[in-house]
Design a protein around this ligand. Structure first.
Ligand code: SF4
Length: 431
């Protein structure tokens, strides 16, 4: 039996890619191992969005190089994911012991380097290789790549242009996942509302979610990540109308200042963004909405930063993911802009966002105390402890006999900024 070691870092799309690769390798007779020293092939599925993620991959590469030197056999190393671009010359020089460099989702390159036949896996997106779910939830990529080219982002250069899977292909995968016990699927795309614009019938995300709603066993459908310009009224109305689709939106704003948004080439104004949030809340007053913000973008002034803080205060998101700008090689900002906001200013801005959001999130969550909400059990711990999520994406800890994938009603007793604590409403499920 051939063995593989697979290491993954980065976003949910990377996690889904690794699950797909693992399923493909399993079909070809490979077995996973935890220790790369026991593997025939080691695959590092990397991320280049932050320096920290790259540094972790470098650490793994050093470890694999030592294993290769010590073993001196046919041990093969594949470097895959967003660290690998169109031109690999520099990587080849720096890491000559790596056998194959594969861009994100270039699974076939890895398979060919192993001397295997990619055609055995059913063509583009490997429809016959469906990743094993870890528990009752699963990620399902539905649109690959990104056409937006925001100035700070490396993704379009690494993942290519937007390409949608057909509804039939996605439906097949979700049916298989449901038959394996999955109860909730999260549909993934870098800009998930771009789904379908490149398909002959031009379905939208709402059409896809309507089809998936008919699958027995699937109780919840989520989607990530939203792009404000692609988020049409029609898609928002579909989320509101389809009972299985959770009222949860992850919609990055990145800045609350029009000049910064223009410089970032985000393609919308603050007012257009505000309009999308208002539309969601009009249709779904209890929707969970999270956002992402970059602080210290080149040229960001104190006044521009205060505009971001003001917008966060006004729109009151359930969660804000805040990052300090850092130039990523190959991006437009890296080529054309000076990283001119001092590190200490970036830190202070990051802390200001975190402090503001902590108060907002705590007060939103406090308002849920006393409510009874359905919670899908995602993990089961010792002594009856359970963790799961509400439809709007809130993390809930409680004690119960409920099994993985069950959706008990939970009465919320305590709240903090980041999670809720509750008690199951049905005494029979107390455990
Ligand atoms: S929308 Fe912008 S930030 Fe998001 S993946 Fe595309 S280029 Fe990157």
């Amino acid at each position: 039996m051939k063995r593989y070691f697979l290491w993954t870092v980065g976003c949910q799309m990377n996690a889904a890619d690794s699950a797909k690769l693992a399923a493909g390798l399993a079909k070809l007779g490979y077995q996973p191992v935890e220790d790369p020293a026991e593997a025939d092939v080691a695959v590092l599925n990397t991320c280049a969005v932050r320096q920290g993620a790259e540094d972790r991959a470098y650490g793994q590469l050093g470890r694999l190089r030592r294993i290769k030197q010590e073993r001196g056999d046919g041990f093969r190393i594949a470097l895959m994911g967003c660290m690998v671009g169109l031109r690999t010359t520099e990587l080849e020089k720096r890491f000559p012991f790596v056998d194959v460099f594969a861009r994100p989702q270039a699974f076939d390159d890895v398979i060919v380097a192993l001397g295997e036949e990619p055609a055995d896996l059913g063509g583009e997106f490997w429809p016959d290789a469906i990743g094993e779910a870890r528990g009752p939830t699963a990620f399902v990529p539905v649109v690959h790549g990104c056409d937006k080219f925001c100035t700070y982002c490396i993704v379009p250069y690494r993942r290519g242009r937007e390409r949608s899977r057909t509804i039939d292909d996605v439906e097949h995968e979700v049916r298989v996942l449901a038959s394996r016990g999955v109860r909730e699927v999260t549909l993934l795309g870098q800009t998930v509302e771009a789904y379908g614009h490149d398909l002959p019938e031009r379905p939208d995300l709402g059409d896809l979610m309507a089809e998936l709603s008919a699958i027995d066993g699937i109780e919840r459908i989520r989607f990530l990540t939203s792009y404000p310009k692609d988020m049409t009224d029609r898609i928002i109305a579909s989320v509101a109308a389809l009972p299985k689709v959770c009222e949860y939106f992850s919609v990055p704003v990145q800045s609350g200042d029009d000049a910064v948004l223009t410089s970032m080439r985000r393609g919308y104004t603050v007012s257009e963004f505000r309009d999308r949030i208002a539309r969601i809340r009009l249709e779904m007053p209890e929707a969970g909405i999270t956002t992402d913000v970059i602080v210290g973008y080149p040229g960001e002034t104190d006044a521009q930063f205060r505009n971001s803080l003001g917008l966060l205060e006004e729109l009151r998101f359930d969660k804000v993911h805040v990052a300090m700008y850092s130039p990523r090689p190959g991006t437009i900002a890296w080529r054309t802009m000076e990283d001119d906001v001092p590190a200490e200013v970036k830190h202070a801005r990051l802390q200001a966002v975190e402090a503001l959001e902590q108060g907002i999130a705590a007060s939103i969550n406090d308002a849920l105390v006393g409510r009874t909400l359905p919670v899908l059990v995602e993990s089961v711990g010792d002594e009856g402890t359970r963790t799961g999520r509400t439809r709007s994406g809130k993390l809930v800890h409680f004690t119960s006999a409920a099994a993985l994938g069950d959706t008990p009603e939970v009465r919320i007793e305590k709240a903090s900024a980041w999670s809720l604590k509750g008690i199951v409403a049905n005494p029979a499920l107390l455990g």
